[in-house]
Design a protein. Structure first.
Length: 135
């Protein structure tokens, strides 16, 4: 038992791995909605990703607050989270539009991956920073 205590191999102990786990589920929600939009409504990268973003945002904010950063959800953190995610989404779409993808489905996956990787550190040190001075 002392060996089990000294070697902690539980990846969910670390917020980055919890972030990846929740992000993976959020990625699935985002791409499912975006693909559904592309297939059944319109072939617009912007509109399909906005639809995927807004639906996955609700899930992701709730789980990132409670499970990843262990910070009680508030209007302030919701606004910060939305600002970071939405800016990262627009940046990702802008950058990837410049690369001339031939396939909107691959571009949608690339946007979702880029979105997740851009946002972890910002959320860690700004959005869910509980050490900020209270005003």
């Amino acid at each position: 038992t002392s060996l089990n205590r000294s070697i902690d191999i539980n990846p969910f102990r670390y917020s980055f791995f919890r972030y990846l786990f929740v992000g993976g589920i959020s990625f699935g929600i985002h791409t499912l909605i975006a693909f559904s939009y592309l297939y059944s409504i319109d072939n617009s990268i912007l509109m399909s990703n906005l639809a995927g973003f807004f639906i996955s945002y609700m899930f992701a904010f709730s789980m990132q607050s409670k499970f990843v950063f262990r910070c009680p959800p508030s209007k302030k953190t919701a606004l910060k989270y939305f600002s970071v995610q939405f800016a990262a989404l627009l940046f990702s779409i802008y950058v990837l539009q410049r690369w001339s993808f031939k396939n909107n489905y691959i571009q949608t996956i690339a946007i979702a991956v880029m979105l997740a990787s851009l946002s972890f550190l910002i959320h860690r040190f700004w959005t869910f920073n509980q050490k900020e001075k209270k005003t």
